[in-house]
Design a protein around this ligand. Structure first.
Ligand code: ZN
Ligand code: ZN
Ligand code: FE
Length: 742
């Protein structure tokens, strides 16, 4: 019997070669009809023998192409129409817009083969792609995902590309980003005044020569510009540091393939799959002791941030250069990554010597994402290229809400028609440029998803740029306490519903009592949270200066323990004048805000152990302390006291100072980590909640996370940690959003 059915599908069905896949199935099961993209997904018509149509339905769901996912599927019977073929018809837009854009996908192995195959017409073409790889979100203007809705629209297909595009069994059948040397995007090489030097193959050759000569190149990549330089050339790397005004913060590396990464780092299985995944993030890996990477790439670090070439341009450049490169975000410090040629030439001219650019517009800034294996799970620290805008699956009914995130590592989250989207990493809202970016990306999200929020969620801190932005919106507003939002973000991504205990170890956040919180045990139920326990607050002498200088946090701790005698305990490299000022500040309690922050406790301990007195970048001291701890196998821990809700670290600090005289630094550092795990266990037992979530910036520390996880699971608690959402402030927006569901 002949039947006609219509199938409506939502999910990841655009930009993944879904229409070609369906067309092939239709041919296989002798079905006529057609398929088209809509703003919500795809619509399929099939007409043919009922028995074969059933097989078509089964294959449709069981043989999905990579990246495709069906979230919703509805089949309806229709009257026969006597189609005489199966065709891919033009897209239609309907009013409800929420088809998902796909994230940018790293070049697939077949396309890599093409660009290195002299017989292929894609040989050495830096913008090769197919149905299963290439730029997606970074070049999409609107939905549905068709070539005319991307920045590829201006490139008219040549006859060869046209023919591949129309051939059903071709890998590039309906590949929206199809392009070749004849008709597609082209490379140019410019000096830092924007003067043209070379194009196409010559541009690439000139770039490789410049790299060999130690020059800095601003390279237009997928989600923005990158600054690249020979990673084995110490002078060149130092020049990049000087020009970028970035003295110490580690640079990420890019290598040509997995084998090249293995030469630099010890790589475990999970890390290997992250490196080679379609998102191709920077993965923090344990560095090998000997390699020819320049010292100043990642001074003092036991980890190296490494990514693999993820676009054909990167593949060709690294193949020809044949050595690792530094690849860091193409921005001025504290500003967003550059995406536009003119803007890049203006902003990066005094950093880069040359520009390797192309004539396809990048429409959205997407930094390289960063991930690390923690306690056997990949945890994303910076969620951008390759991840955004994948929705976060949340098991709750979410009203249409906007969450504007925090101040640092800002991201925006929206829930719309019960889908939750977390924006890509936008950066610190301190700079005017990032603020503009924030507004632009918000407008972009609203437009892409036809989204009108009913309410806005923001941080409790009144001075955050994001909070002020929310205050000016004419809709219902809700403030969400910083650490509550951290805990909720971890609950949301792990589908943990209240009640739960949130262990939030963080830098700093505005507390309900107006003091700075950051070492919090929060009991969470449907109504909100209770501050169940927290670390004894200590003074941060000099306020925000104490965030840059761990020695100030250390002095604050010592002052709590010993009063003025603190100044005789340690020197901390303060000058005599500084000491006088600090003494007055502490004794008279001037500009000494109190904090319960575990982030600052890490800083203080790092300074007390003389590992780091002054941070050169965020998290510097804590990272060094972690790598010391990783070198000791001790299970010893320090004494601590819990009085009512307050965890007193004084006995720990006193013992640590004694230990320091006779024990190795690594031993003391590990013992400090162990103590935090024991404290967590003690509080968890008092709170007596089965489900425990770990969140906050300190959980980027693998030692800390693992130790607490082991301690708590051994006592039969269910412990949840971050994976798809950053434990740092990049996850706040999601937590704020989740708060709206209660
Ligand atoms: Zn491909
Ligand atoms: Zn072509
Ligand atoms: Fe935070």
């Amino acid at each position: 019997m002949f039947v006609h059915s219509q199938i409506e599908i939502q999910g990841f069905v655009q930009g993944v070669g879904f229409r070609p896949f369906v067309a092939r199935l239709a041919t296989r099961f002798l079905q006529n009809g057609g398929i088209k993209n809509t703003s919500t997904g795809v619509l399929i018509s099939v007409e043919g023998l009922q028995i074969q149509q059933q097989e078509f339905f089964d294959a449709l769901q069981n043989e999905l192409p990579p990246f495709a996912e069906i979230h919703y599927l509805k089949i309806t019977s229709e009257p026969l129409q006597n189609f005489n073929q199966f065709e891919i018809s033009p897209s239609v837009s309907n009013s409800r817009t929420f088809a998902f854009s796909l994230p940018d996908i790293a070049t697939c192995p077949e396309c890599v083969e093409d660009i290195f195959n002299p017989k292929s017409r894609y040989f050495r073409y830096p913008f090769t792609s197919c149905c299963s790889c290439g730029a997606r979100y970074s070049i999409a203007t609107r939905q549905p995902y068709d070539r005319e809705n991307t920045s590829m629209a201006k490139f008219i297909l040549c006859l060869d590309c046209e023919s591949e595009y129309r051939t059903i069994d071709n890998r590039r059948f309906h590949a929206q980003t199809i392009a070749c040397p004849t008709c597609g995007v082209q490379l140019s090489f410019l000096d830092n005044f924007g003067n043209f030097i070379a194009e196409k193959e010559d541009a690439l050759e000139s770039a490789v020569k410049a790299l060999k000569a130690g020059k800095i190149i601003a390279l237009k990549g997928i989600g923005g510009y990158q600054l690249v330089v020979d990673a084995t050339n110490e002078t060149a790397v130092q020049r990049l540091r000087e020009r970028k005004k970035r003295p110490m913060k580690p640079f990420a590396l890019m290598v040509k393939n997995l084998a090249a990464a293995h030469l630099l780092c010890d790589i475990r299985e999970l890390e290997q799959s992250a490196l080679t995944s379609s998102a191709a993030p920077i993965v923090l890996l344990k560095r090998r002791e000997f390699s020819d990477i320049a010292k100043s790439v990642a001074p003092q670090q036991s980890l190296l941030g490494v990514m693999l070439a993820y676009s054909p341009l990167h593949h060709l450049l690294l193949h020809d250069f044949n050595s690792p490169i530094v690849a860091t975000s193409g921005n001025r410090s504290n500003e967003p990554i550059c995406i536009d040629n003119t803007q890049a030439l203006e902003k990066l001219a005094d950093i880069a010597d040359y520009f390797l650019v192309h004539n396809r517009a990048i429409l959205r800034p997407l930094d390289d994402s960063i991930a690390r294996e923690i306690n056997g799970k990949m945890t994303v620290f910076r969620r951008a290229r390759g991840f955004a805008p994948l929705p976060i699956k949340i098991n709750a009914i979410m009203p249409n809400t906007l969450a504007v995130g925090g101040q640092m590592k800002n991201t925006i989250a929206i829930s719309h028609n019960n889908q939750t989207i977390l924006s890509q990493h936008l950066g610190d809202l301190d700079s005017e440029a990032t603020r503009k970016q924030f507004e632009k990306i918000l407008a972009d999200l609203q437009k892409s998803y036809a989204f009108e929020p009913l309410r806005v969620m923001h941080d409790l801190h009144p001075d955050y740029v994001s909070s002020q932005f929310a205050a000016n919106l004419n809709i219902e507003k809700h403030a969400v306490q910083h650490h509550y939002a951290h805990a909720l973000s971890c609950m949301a991504e792990n589908n943990v519903l209240p009640p739960a205990l949130g262990i939030v170890f963080d830098g700093s956040g505005f507390g309900l009592d107006g003091t700075i919180w950051g070492g919090e045990f929060l009991l969470i139920d449907e109504k909100g949270f209770e501050r169940f326990a927290y670390f004894h607050p200590f003074p941060l002498v000099g306020g925000s200066k104490a965030i840059q200088e761990p020695r100030r946090a250390a002095l604050g701790l010592l002052f709590c323990c010993y009063g003025e005698v603190a100044f005789e305990k340690m020197d901390f490299d303060f000058s005599q004048t500084e000491k006088t000022i600090l003494k007055i500040a502490l004794t008279k309690n001037l500009n000494c805000p109190k904090t319960s922050s575990v982030g600052r406790l890490f800083d203080a301990v790092a300074s007390l152990l003389e590992i780091c007195h002054v941070n050169q970048y965020e998290g510097h001291a804590a990272m060094l302390l972690e790598s010391c701890a990783a070198k000791s196998k001790t299970n010893d821990f320090y004494t601590f006291e819990i009085k009512e809700k307050i965890i007193d670290w004084k006995p720990m600090i006193e013992q640590l100072l004694t230990d320091k005289k006779s024990q190795l630094t690594n031993y003391c550092a590990a013992k400090f980590h162990n103590t935090l795990a024991k404290i967590s266990l003690e509080i968890a037992q008092r709170a007596n909640q089965k489900n425990i979530v770990l969140s906050g910036g300190c959980f980027q520390n693998a030692q800390l996370t693992t130790k607490i996880f082991v301690e708590l699971t051994a006592a039969n608690f269910s412990v949840y940690t971050h994976q798809n959402v950053p434990p740092n402030d990049g996850g706040l927006a999601l937590g704020q959003l989740f708060a709206a569901s209660f």
